[in-house]
Design a protein around this ligand. Structure first.
Ligand code: KG4
Ligand code: ZN
Length: 341
């Protein structure tokens, strides 16, 4: 079965082809970083307009890369939420219309479920159950995962997501958008221990996170040190990254203890962070994270999650059914609402 995956929930247009026999055979991506850079963050309207420009050329490119034709597509999976509503609607609109034209089903996929299942794409030895740490720009969640659609939320961020904290801290330091890679690059030149930022919510039991206080600490340091030297920026970035990484590590260890599981899966944009990946080895005998390109937003994880659901029996609106043209999208969509296929 050949599944076309379409991801447009935020600032990346991702189109991929997953073949159930051959695996991932195309993974085309357009990042909107340059579109939003001048604004210091994602401008939703610009994101939607750019997705519209990019989807069809990227789909053509993916088909060409895989040496397949439109007629070879058996199903389409698209991100239906959570995300920016206008951006989601561009992908959903294209997915539904193309599915209708081709006479194939189109399935709406949950963006965080796609992140959660992405490690399975690349790790043939990985087996369920596992604890998943999802760390993206909008979410920080620990999820006990016993099957596709069998998710128990163990803890989540009560305020800023980990990626959001990276992005806001980068802004405070005058670094560009997106903040994660910018902070990570600065942190490489930073000295450890100059700044002892707090490890929020690690001194009490529980698996929830809170990252907004950390940002306030950084803001205070930035204020007292004005004007910042290059070394100050690097040292603050290092202190901040160390604090986030250690907080995540502590909570992952706790989640594994609480569930008695020994496999940990880490996914979402922040999982691309090298310092985090280096320290994860300490936490569990088996830690899996996708290659960086599958951690940040992409079409491959959407195609793959769609395939797993279709294989499991989730009914996608059929090409001639009543719902076939319904552009169903959800800006907010709690992961816990998902059911097994
Ligand atoms: O999963 P993702 O691509 O999009 C969302 O679904 O949100 O995650 C984007 C987030 C951004 O906040 C970005 O700053 C962060 O992931 N990020 C990183 C790194 N690369 C991306 N954070 C820390 N270190 C990185 N290397
Ligand atoms: Zn994402």
């Amino acid at each position: 079965m050949l599944v076309l995956g379409i991801e447009t929930s935020c600032d990346e247009t991702g189109i991929a082809l997953y073949d159930s026999a051959a695996g991932l055979i195309a993974n085309a991506l357009h990042s909107q970083v340059l579109t939003h850079a001048d604004y210091g963050g994602v401008v939703p309207e610009l994101a939607s307009r750019d997705h519209i420009r990019r989807i069809v050329p990227l789909a053509r490119q993916a088909l060409a890369d895989a040496e397949r034709q439109l007629a070879d597509i058996d199903a389409i999976a698209y991100t239906a939420g959570p995300g920016l509503l206008g951006a989601l609607m561009t992908g959903a609109g294209v997915a539904r219309s193309l599915a209708w034209a081709l006479g194939v089903p189109a399935l709406g996929v949950h963006h965080m479920e796609a992140h959660l299942l992405a490690p399975l794409l690349d790790a043939p030895r990985l087996r369920l159950p596992f604890v998943a740490l999802l760390v993206s720009g909008g979410h920080t969640q620990l999820v006990k995962t016993t099957g596709v659609g069998r998710y128990e939320l163990l803890g989540e961020s009560l305020d800023d997501a980990a990626g959001e904290a990276f992005d806001k801290t980068a802004k405070l330091l005058g670094l560009g958008y997106p903040g994660g890679p910018a902070i990570a690059a600065q942190a490489d030149a930073g000295r450890p221990h100059r700044f002892a930022f707090p490890r929020p919510m690690t001194d009490r039991p529980g698996l929830d996170f809170s990252f907004s206080g950390l940002k306030t600490h950084v803001a205070n340091v930035v204020r007292t040190l004005q004007p910042l030297t290059t070394q100050d920026v690097a040292d603050i970035a290092r202190g901040f990254q160390d604090a986030v990484v250690e907080t995540l590590i502590i909570k992952c260890r706790r989640a594994l203890d609480a569930t008695g599981m020994d496999a940990l899966v880490v996914s979402g944009g922040v999982a691309a962070n090298r310092a985090l990946r280096a320290r994860l080895k300490e936490v569990a005998p088996a830690v899996y994270y996708p290659p960086p390109a599958l951690c940040t937003d992409n079409g491959a994880m959407v195609a793959y999650a769609g395939w797993l659901r279709l294989k499991g029996g989730t009914a996608a609106p059929s090409a001639d059914g009543e719902e076939r043209l319904a552009i169903a999208t959800r800006a907010r969509w709690p992961l816990q609402e998902l059911a097994p296929p």
